[in-house]
Ligand binder design. Structure first.
Ligand code: SAH
Length: 223
């Protein structure tokens, strides 16, 4: 972990990235501030250190990618979090989005289906002293023992809105989820208005790795 050093050079690059995100339309100051406080290069291979603050997605192992900074910023802005909120994230991946949510003062519960990624993200999150709960398991099932969640964010392309996640969203809560089975997904923001009513808004098209169902049964591990 000796590459986990945050230098002035990295911080300078973060400032430029934040300026770019602003230009692209991200307006929420707290979200931009969170991007300044989280060193994205910690969540990527050392070989990619120089590219960590470019607005692009990169391989993180297990055939998965860390999302574009703009996509992370866009989803986070749509989620409208306030500190101390309970947030469920599906698709921990590198853990970068998890860290952004932690930097915003929320209590994050994040699920990942690849153990390798789950473990790697956990060590970086711990190194940064963030207190997120990470689980190795199937996001389609949500995390019933901690439900309801005030916010739910899905960071992989879902074929449809998983029923369990709808059930675990608090009334008045918001879910941000990219939905679509092809190469592209529509970004949906869903507000749970009552037990049975969900209000849905659509926000552009994005490209995510697919949300896949667990093929083999795995034991879930929590920490
Ligand atoms: N938030 C991540 C994005 C990673 S890409 C980041 O900032 O790096 C999406 C992740 O969703 C991948 O790691 C993929 O393995 C995971 N994923 C896909 N289907 C899943 C499922 N059913 N349950 C949990 N995680 C899933």
């Amino acid at each position: 972990m000796d590459h986990l050093k945050d230098t002035y050079r990295h911080q300078g690059k973060r400032k430029l990235l934040i300026a770019e995100l602003k230009q692209m339309g991200i307006q929420t100051q707290a979200v931009l501030d969170a991007f300044y406080s989280v060193p994205r290069h910690f969540f990527m291979d050392l070989a990619l250190d120089d590219l960590a603050y470019t607005n692009a997605a990169f391989q993180i192992g297990s055939g998965q990618t860390i999302s574009h900074p703009y996509t992370v910023a866009f989803q986070t802005e749509l989620l409208e979090v306030k500190s101390n909120m309970k947030v469920l994230e599906i698709g921990t991946g590198s853990g970068f989005q998890t860290a952004i949510l932690c930097a915003l003062g929320t209590k994050v519960y994040s699920i990942e289906r690849y153990q390798e990624l789950h473990l790697k993200a956990g060590s970086v999150i711990k190194h940064l002293n963030y207190d997120a709960r990470l689980r190795y398991g199937d996001g389609f099932l949500g995390w019933p023992s901690y439900a309801p969640f005030e916010r739910i964010i899905v960071t992989c392309g879902a074929p449809e809105i998983p029923t369990e996640l709808k059930k675990q969203l608090a009334i008045g809560g918001i879910m941000v989820i990219p939905v679509g089975e092809g190469a592209e997904q529509k970004m949906l923001k869903i507000i749970r208005q009552s037990n049975t009513q969900f209000y849905e808004q659509q926000f552009g098209t994005f490209k995510f790795v697919p949300m896949l169902e667990q093929k083999v049964s795995i034991k879930t591990s929590e920490k």
